[in-house]
Design a protein around this ligand. Sequence first.
Ligand code: ATP
Ligand code: MG
Length: 348
Amino acid sequence: MKFLSSFPGQELETTKAPVRQKLFWVIIVSILAITILQYQSDSSSKFHELYRELYYFPILVSALRFGTRGALVCLAVILFTYIPYIFITWHTGWAEQAARIIELFFYLLFALGAGYFVDREQQIKQELERTRFVTSLGRITSSIVHDLKNPLISIIGLLDRLSRGKGDCRAYVPVLLQDAKKMERIVYDVLDFARPVQIKPELRNLHEIILSAIEMCREKGQKKEIKFQSDLDDSIALNVDAFLIERALVNVISNSIEASPEQGVITITLKKKDGMASITVSDQGPGMDRETMKRCFEPYFSTKSSGTGLGLPIVKKIVEAHGGAISIDSPPSGGTVFTITLSDQKTF
Ligand SMILES: Nc1ncnc2c1ncn2[C@@H]1O[C@H](COP(=O)(O)OP(=O)(O)OP(=O)(O)O)[C@@H](O)[C@H]1O
Ligand SMILES: [Mg+2]
């Protein structure tokens, strides 16, 4: 499967590329600025020595951000700009020149030393990331297999009875259908996470989509006697992919049901706010601690024994593909509030 071939840290690296590029240019410009200061100052003045010490900053920043290779490239730029200065001021005497050349040697040692520690740190981080990924992969695979196994056993058992002429076909069909749908949901969750979201937008009334999502979750809620309360503005129509938005809401509401106490109340609202449509889903569960709040959109993160941890990452993917945003609030009084905002002006 496609999602198995990448691990979380990789995505992050590509999104940081423009920042790294900017930093690279900042480093180059700062080296040039320091060099200009060098060329303008009197070669025997204290200022000149001070400016020379400033070169350690771009080397350090390059090493921290780009490792040994970055530090060496930075040093090469420094040498390229500074060595002509040594030749121009050759007349200042051998002691002065020797001090400058020794300083260049220290730059090299500093670049190699700092780069080495940063590279090692990076390697350890990547190794940890890989280990975490492989561990999560094992957990996800066993969790997916476990989730698929129960409805599958039920389907095989019922079909086996029917094939032996036992049982009531009409009574079994709804159960078979329900089990098959359960399996379908698991398969779609994995697929939704693995492939890029393809939106097929159409102008739809949001409150209808929300009501449909609530209906889809009603049966799950019944087991805990959950009460659904809704306050929906029925005048909000947006260009959205109704199927995907419904899937996202089903995931959020399912989480709320799982977190709710018996006979808990889940409140769902839809309002216009600052030209946007704002959907909130609140529950009376235990809320989320800081760590969970920080990590819940991370793929494979789950605090549940049978959770795949793909629910919220899929929700985020769907909402962001619509140009919207999702946020969480977990007040100290308890409960969790998920807010999804979808833009009115978004043209697809
Ligand atoms: N309403 C909520 N209240 C408390 N914690 C929540 C709530 N919603 C999500 N979480 C936390 O966020 C985690 C990630 O949620 P997510 O939906 O991504 O995965 P999951 O529910 O564990 O598994 P699944 O893939 O079956 O949905 C959950 O394990 C849970 O700890
Ligand atoms: Mg979930």
